[in-house]
Design a binder for this molecule. Structure first.
Ligand code: TRP
Length: 448
C-alpha cells in the first residue's frame, strides 16, 4: 500500500461516489434552503432574485466549490494544514482557524433553530396546531423560544444527536446517515410539492415566486442573493474542503460540484413551490420573513386537509436538513483536532459538541433570560449570526479563492479538476483570482 493510500485509510474516506455526493448535498441543503431562501426570494422580487441567485451560483458558487474540493483532496488534510501546506506558509493556517471559529459559531446558533424543529415535530405529532390564527401561533412560538428549560433541552438534544453520528466516523457515521436521510428528504419534498400544487389558487403563489420584477431589485438584493449562494453551498469556511479531503481520487470534481449545486438549488426552488402556493391559498402574508415557517405554516397546517399528518412531516424535513448540515460544520473542527492533536474521533467529537453545547446554550437563552444581555447591541444569538455569516464567511471566501487562484500551483489545481489543457480551466482560474474576491469584498463592505 502506498503511503498516501495508507494515510487515506487511516483518516477516513467516503466509500462510494454516491455517498460523497449525498454527504455534500446533505451539508448544502439545510435551513438555508427551506427556511431562508423562500422568504428572501419572496421579499426581494421573486423571479428577479432567483435569476441573480442562479448567476452567483454559477460564477461564484461552483468555481469556489471546485476549488475547495480540489485543495482538500490534494492535501488530504484538515483545513488548517491544507492552507498552510498549499501556500508553503505556516501563517496561512490562520485561514483554516478562522473557518473553524466561524463554523463553531454557526453551529451554535443553527442548533437552536434546529432544536425548535424538534420541538415543533413533537408538538405537531402530539396535539397538533389546533389554531389557524397566526396571533395564537405567534404567542405559542414566542413562549416556547423564551422558555429557558425547553430551549436548552432541545438545543442540547439536537447537538447530542450530532455527537452520535460524528463519533462513529466518516464512513460509518456521516456517510451512512446521509445515504439514509437524503432520499427520505427528497421523498418528503415531493409529497409536499404535489400537495401544494393541488391547492386552489396555487398559481398565485407560483406567480409570486417566479414573476420577474426587476423594480424590486436594489444593491442590497444583489448582495443578499450572493450571500445566500455562499451560505447555501456551505462554502467559505473550509467545510467543503474537509469533505473534499475524503473524496476518492477517481471522483471528477467539476461534475460533482455541478451536481451538488444543482440539487441544492433544486431544493431551494422546491421549498418556494411548497410554501408560497399554500400561503396564498390560505390567505396568509408571504412576507412574514423568518417566522414564516414557525408561525404562518402551522396556521396553514391547522386549516389544511391532511394537515395533522403533513405538519409533523414538514418539521421532520427541516430536522433532517439541519442535521446533515450541522454534521458538516462540526467535521471541520473534528478533523483538525484528530489530526493536529492526535485525539481519537470520540474525544474530538465530544470536545467540539461540548463546546457547541456551551455556546449554543447561550444562544438558546438569548430569547429568554439573556434577551437583555447584549454585546455591541446584539444578543448572543444575533452576534454569532452576524459575526459568522456577515464577517467570517465572506472573509474566508476571499482568502480561499485567493489562495486557490494565486498560491496553489496552476498545474495541481488543473490536475485535481481533471481540466488540464482545457479552456474552461482558464475561466475558472480567472474567476478565482479576480472576480470572486472582488464580488465577495463588495458583500463584505456592504454588510458592515
Ligand atoms: N448550507 C447549509 C444551509 O443551507 C448551512 C451550512 C452547512 C454552512 N455548512 C456550512 C454554511 C458551512 C456556511 C459554511 O443551511
Amino acid at each position: 500500500m502506498s503511503s498516501s493510500n495508507h494515510n487515506q485509510m487511516r483518516r477516513g474516506a467516503f466509500a462510494t461516489r454516491i455517498g460523497a455526493i449525498a454527504t455534500a448535498v446533505g451539508s448544502a441543503v439545510g435551513l438555508g434552503n427551506i427556511w431562508r431562501f423562500p422568504y428572501e426570494a419572496g421579499t426581494n422580487g421573486g423571479g428577479a432574485f432567483l435569476i441573480i441567485y442562479l448567476f452567483f451560483i454559477a460564477i461564484v458558487g461552483i468555481p469556489l466549490l471546485c476549488a475547495e474540493f480540489a485543495m482538500g483532496r490534494d492535501s488530504r488534510a484538515n483545513a488548517v494544514k491544507t492552507f498552510a501546506s498549499l501556500t508553503g506558509r505556516k501563517s496561512m493556517g490562520a485561514v483554516g482557524v478562522m473557518g473553524i471559529v466561524a463554523s463553531v459559531l454557526i453551529l451554535s446558533f443553527y442548533s437552536v433553530v434546529a432544536g425548535w424543529t424538534i420541538e415543533y415535530t413533537i408538538i405537531s405529532f402530539s396535539r397538533g396546531f389546533k389554531s389557524t390564527d397566526v396571533e395564537t401561533l405567534h404567542s405559542l412560538f414566542n413562549s416556547s423560544i423564551a422558555s429557558p428549560a425547553k430551549s436548552l433541552f432541545f438545543t442540547w438534544l439536537f447537538l447530542l444527536i450530532n455527537y452520535f453520528a460524528l463519533a462513529r466516523g466518516v464512513r460509518k457515521g456521516i456517510e451512512r446517515l446521509s445515504n439514509l436521510l437524503m432520499p427520505v428528504l427528497f421523498l418528503i419534498l415531493i409529497v409536499f410539492c404535489v400537495n401544494s400544487l393541488m391547492l386552489p389558487d396555487a398559481g398565485r403563489g407560483l406567480r409570486f415566486l417566479f414573476a420577474v420584477d426587476f423594480s424590486q431589485v436594489s444593491v442590497t438584493t444583489v448582495l443578499s442573493a450572493m450571500g445566500q449562494a455562499f451560505f447555501s453551498l456551505s462554502i467559505g469556511l473550509g467545510c467543503m474542503l474537509t469533505y473534499g479531503s475524503y473524496f476518492k481520487d477517481s471522483t471528477i470534481i467539476p461534475r460533482t460540484a455541478v451536481s451538488i449545486a444543482s440539487l441544492d438549488t433544486l431544493v431551494a426552488i422546491l421549498s418556494g413551490i411548497i410554501i408560497f402556493p399554500a400561503v396564498f391559498s390560505f390567505g396568509m402574508s408571504p412576507t412574514a420573513g423568518p417566522t414564516l415557517v414557525f408561525e404562518t405554516l402551522p396556521a396553514i397546517f391547522g386549516a389544511m386537509a391532511g394537515g395533522r399528518i403533513l405538519a409533523p412531516l414538514f418539521f421532520i424535513l427541516l430536522f433532517i436538513a439541519s442535521l446533515t448540515s450541522t454534521i458538516s460544520m462540526s467535521e471541520i473542527s473534528i478533523s483538525f483536532c484528530t489530526e493536529q492533536f492526535g485525539w481519537s474521533r470520540k474525544k474530538a467529537s465530544a470536545a467540539v459538541i461540548g463546546l457547541s453545547m456551551a455556546l449554543g446554550g447561550l444562544c438558546a437563552l438569548s430569547f429568554g433570560p439573556l434577551a437583555n444581555f447584549k454585546i455591541c447591541s446584539l444578543t448572543v444569538f444575533n452576534l454569532f449570526d452576524f459575526a459568522s455569516s456577515n464577517v467570517l464567511l465572506p472573509l474566508g471566501g476571499v482568502c480561499a479563492s485567493l489562495i486557490a487562484g494565486w498560491a496553489y500551483p496552476r498545474s495541481r489545481l488543473a490536475a485535481q479538476l481533471s481540466l488540464t489543457g482545457n479552456k474552461l480551466f482558464s475561466v475558472i482560474r480567472f474567476l478565482l483570482r479576480y472576480i470572486i474576491p472582488f464580488c465577495i469584498l463588495l458583500i463584505f463592505i456592504n454588510s458592515l
